[in-house]
Design a protein around this ligand. Structure first.
Ligand SMILES: [Zn+2]
Length: 419
């Protein structure tokens, strides 16, 4: 059983210890010490990193009561000096304690209980047992920050299970209870109970929050700095809240500001005018699109008249034409005009990065347009078909396009002659 120095002093970052066991963990060297200031991953709080002697501590895991330090290289000596990575520890304490406070504020404000907690590399999430409104979330955020700025003392004490249960008024196993969904952190209270056996470790933010927890916590709520809720979404009948505390909150605001500055520069607008500027540009864009569609339609009608004039004056016209670089959508518009302006069959193709085919016929003509298209598509290496009098398809074999149109035209002429 390793003596866990961080439990009494979460500010202790360097210490001397003796190696009591050497093991392999996922093929990497690992040691157990008689005592350690390294926090082992538990209850949603990630492990500490740092150095042991000349080796990097890359992971710290709890193995049956022993703290296993996983190293990037073996260490030969028995007496070692340990150095915990300070900024990472402080970060974890800010996020973790901020979570305690926010979870409590959500109980106060919205009777919403925290089911699970995940401290990620970027942000922190908690899942709540009920949906909370924007307004309640802002209230809870404000309340949490008040508690932070009041710099309330944070204390740690150990009590018996019985005492803990009466102090927490049955909140153990309820506040963080139940199996963790999605492999997220095991509930902290349940974990704290497992680790402590009959002795329960309680963390109290004076006059505000009391929780069973095995994590590292600051002396004062003030060290959390600030709690910033980033987003929330409906999740499994409740809410998932994404937030950051302390250093991360400042970094998150800087990232957002940078994005806004870039968007503002693109729109030539200051922060306050940005929503209007974006709406204006979108509205102009939609107007341009409408105008573009209108112009395309007129151009296609002109092209349709040109093609029909070229095709002559037969009782049933067959219009066959291949274009370069036309998108399939343009072919469809053209085909629509052709079959509306005259009684005709339109067999249109285009070569872009692939071969496009659009086949259509006027109302009342007897051809099986989808069947014509299916057969033509074989020659361009495509598949598909469609239904009705206007069908569209494409394939990768551009070299087969002309042959596909010739074949379709032949089939239409044979059917027309036989009719
Ligand atoms: Zn905690």
């Amino acid at each position: 059983m390793t003596e866990r120095l961080y439990r009494d002093d979460p500010y202790l970052l360097d210490f001397d210890a003796v190696v009591v066991a050497r093991r392999l963990h996922d093929d990497r060297p690992a040691v157990v010490l008689d005592r350690t200031a390294f926090y082992a991953e538990s209850g949603g709080q990630p492990w500490d990193t740092g150095t042991l002697g000349g080796a990097r501590v890359v992971a710290v895991v709890d193995e049956n009561g022993d703290v296993l330090h996983v190293l990037d290289a073996p260490i030969a000596e028995d007496g070692v000096h340990g150095q915990v990575d300070g900024p990472r520890r402080l970060d974890h304490m800010q996020q973790h304690h901020g979570q305690h406070l926010l979870s409590r504020a959500l109980v106060e404000v919205a009777s919403a209980r925290t089911l699970s907690f995940h401290l990620g590399a970027e942000d922190v999430t908690i899942d709540l047992d009920r949906h909370v409104s924007d307004e309640d979330l802002r209230k809870a955020e404000r309340r949490t920050n008040e508690i932070v700025w009041q710099a309330r003392p944070v204390s740690v004490r150990e009590v018996t299970r019985q005492e803990a249960e009466s102090l927490l008024a049955g909140e153990i196993g309820r506040l963080h209870g139940g199996p963790a969904p999605d492999g997220r952190a095991q509930s902290r209270s349940a974990r704290a109970l497992d680790e402590a056996g009959e002795r329960i470790r309680l963390i109290e933010a004076q006059g505000f929050d009391l929780q069973a927890c095995s994590g590292t916590h600051p002396r004062s709520t003030a060290e959390v700095g600030v709690v910033l809720v980033l987003s929330h979404e409906r999740y499994k009948g409740g809410s998932r809240i994404r937030f950051v505390c302390g250093h991360r909150a400042v970094a998150a605001m800087h990232r957002r500001q940078q994005v806004l500055d870039e968007v503002g520069a693109a729109f030539s607008s200051g922060l306050a005018g940005l929503p209007d500027a974006a709406r204006r540009v979108l509205s102009q864009l939609r107007e341009s699109e409408r105008r573009g569609e209108d112009l395309l339609d007129r151009a296609m009608e002109g092209e349709a008249r040109r093609l029909l004039a070229e095709a002559g004056r037969a009782s049933t016209l067959i219009v066959v034409h291949a274009y370069d670089g036309w998108p399939a959508a343009d072919l469809r518009v053209l085909a629509g005009h052709l079959v509306a302006l005259a009684s005709c069959v339109a067999l249109l193709g285009s070569r872009t990065d692939k071969a496009h085919l659009v086949f259509a016929q006027s109302e009342g003509l007897p051809h099986d347009v989808p069947a014509l298209l299916r057969e033509a598509l074989v020659l361009v290496g495509g598949r598909g078909g469609g239904r009705g009098n206007l069908t569209q398809g494409g394939g990768d074999r551009i070299s087969g396009l002309d042959e596909a149109l010739i074949q379709a035209e032949r089939a239409v002429r044979a059917r027309t002659a036989g009719a």
